[in-house]
Design a protein around this ligand. Structure first.
Ligand SMILES: *[C@@H]1O[C@H](CO)[C@@H](O)[C@H](O)[C@H]1NC(C)=O
Ligand SMILES: *[C@@H]1O[C@H](CO)[C@@H](O)[C@H](O)[C@H]1NC(C)=O
Ligand SMILES: *[C@@H]1O[C@H](CO)[C@@H](O)[C@H](O)[C@H]1NC(C)=O
Ligand SMILES: *[C@@H]1O[C@H](CO)[C@@H](O)[C@H](O)[C@H]1NC(C)=O
Ligand SMILES: *[C@@H]1O[C@H](CO)[C@@H](O)[C@H](O)[C@H]1NC(C)=O
Length: 177
């Protein structure tokens, strides 16, 4: 075979190989990919925004309906399912509280609100986050008890709560964790 012919054969085979590789990939990902995301997540994020009382850096002003919720500052979605998987608003000078709507973001794997001024109790609904691996709420003003339902977060590997006003779970007085 002449070198020219070999090149054509190679290009031909390469094309078939690419086709074969693409075909199962596309049929596996395309039908299950969600374009719009889940309304539950959108409503939960809007509810979280409502509980923010101070936002001097105007982080939350970008949380409006002109952007898909997956593109909001601090929000990361799974690329295919468009479910919210990470909420990360580190050191944004935010004050406010978390409400039970956090438990509706049921696909969350990580929450990082380190170094803000969140206060109030950590809601029991955190226990509904069955995929949560990391909950990092250090350096805020969370108070009350650590929610007992956190024990339902079977995937939880990292729990950071230092520098809050939480009650010592083994005593009843308030401590600085
Ligand atoms: C949205 O999410 C909720 C809770 O995870 C689920 O029950 C519901 O089926 C989802 N809706 C769609 C359209 O995927
Ligand atoms: C959270 O989900 C529950 C149903 O599971 C619903 O009744 C409630 O309205 C949701 N909260 C928000 C803020 O979307
Ligand atoms: C919504 O957020 C985007 C992105 O930050 C911003 O450009 C736009 O002005 C905002 N719209 C409103 C109505 O606040
Ligand atoms: C807390 O967990 C208990 C089961 O141990 C459950 O019945 C209850 O609904 C959970 N509370 C919340 C607010 O999710
Ligand atoms: C919070 O903890 C997670 C998990 O260990 C880590 O990836 C993240 O960097 C921490 N956040 C800060 C601000 O230290």
């Amino acid at each position: 075979m002449k070198p020219h012919g070999r090149l054509i054969l190679f290009t031909f085979l390469h094309g078939i190989l690419l086709l074969c590789m693409n075909a199962p990939l596309e049929s596996a990902t395309l039908p299950s990919c969600n374009t719009f995301g889940n309304e539950t997540d959108r409503l939960a994020l809007l509810d979280l925004k409502k509980r923010i009382t101070q936002d001097p850096l105007h982080v939350m002003s970008s949380w409006n309906d002109s952007l898909h919720f997956c593109n909001l500052v601090g929000v990361t979605c799974n690329r295919c399912t468009k479910r919210v998987v990470i909420l990360k608003l580190t050191a944004q000078k935010l004050a406010g509280s978390l409400r039970k709507s956090i438990g509706n973001l049921s696909h969350l794997t990580g929450i990082d609100l380190v170094s803000n001024s969140f206060a109030g109790e950590i809601p029991q609904e955190i226990g509904r986050l069955g995929s949560l691996r990391s909950l990092n709420l250090s350096r805020n003003s969370f108070g009350g008890k650590i929610p007992s339902n956190i024990s339902h977060c079977a995937q939880l590997r990292v729990l950071r709560l230092v520098s809050n006003e939480l009650m010592d779970p083994f005593r009843t007085n308030s401590v600085h964790w």
